[in-house]
Design a protein around this ligand. Sequence first.
Ligand SMILES: Nc1ncnc2c1ncn2[C@@H]1O[C@H](COP(=O)(O)OP(=O)(O)OP(=O)(O)O)[C@@H](O)[C@H]1O
Ligand SMILES: [Mg+2]
Length: 239
Amino acid sequence: MLYQVRKLVKKFGNTSVLKNINLEIKENEKIVIIGPSGSGKSTLLRCLNLLEKPTSGSIYYHGKNLDDKLYKNIQGKIGMVFQNYQLFDNLTVIDNLTLAPVLNKLMSKEEAISKARRYLRQIHLEDKENSYPMDLSGGQKQRVAIIRSLMMNPEVILFDEPTSALDPEMIGEVLSLILEVSKEKITMIVVTHELNFAQEFATRVIFMDHGKIVEEGDKEQIFKHPRTNRLQQFLSNIQ
Ligand SMILES: Nc1ncnc2c1ncn2[C@@H]1O[C@H](COP(=O)(O)OP(=O)(O)OP(=O)(O)O)[C@@H](O)[C@H]1O
Ligand SMILES: [Mg+2]
């Protein structure tokens, strides 16, 4: 088991944003999380990456308590891709890609560069290695952000609405890359409202509302036979 989340509660001040989340995620699962704004999707992802500390409850990673010490030891095994790319604006594409793996002594500079170039060729951006992020389109930036997370050989990548800041014509190229990556043996958890993508990608879909997991199941179950009114309503609103 990759993740076991037990009775996870997250409060900001007096507000409970995650209310008793229980969740198990196996290696190689491709999970989509859907749910209305404010339901806690980003907060849950951030807890899985220790960007937020749980108020109570536990998160186990390969059966071990995911605390700061473990997180340091597994450096880079949990990748994250945000809505707004978060590339370093003052670094070229190739430096963005090679910085973390070299700093963390995962590989030599030379190895990192040749690995980065392989990925850049795969996404047809080999001519952009010396460009700065500001000279790339939103879709190009996001694809670079995705291969940057792959540079660390992660076991899991968390995607928080990776296409929601993009112009419509760039959404497809980013989703295709995520689908391509999903053929690898890697666990992926994607918050998205792109239902066509979810249909193709997901082995499991989780619906959150008001800080709780309201329904989870396979695509058929969630999209074709929603059990709760809340999910039925949510799906008809976004379709
Ligand atoms: N750092 C924070 N401090 C205080 N409140 C926060 C913080 N982060 C999130 N919240 C609150 O927690 C709730 C859940 O937020 P979260 O961002 O997890 O929702 P979400 O499902 O990702 O929403 P969206 O679809 O809009 O991205 C919201 O009410 C939000 O205002
Ligand atoms: Mg969010």
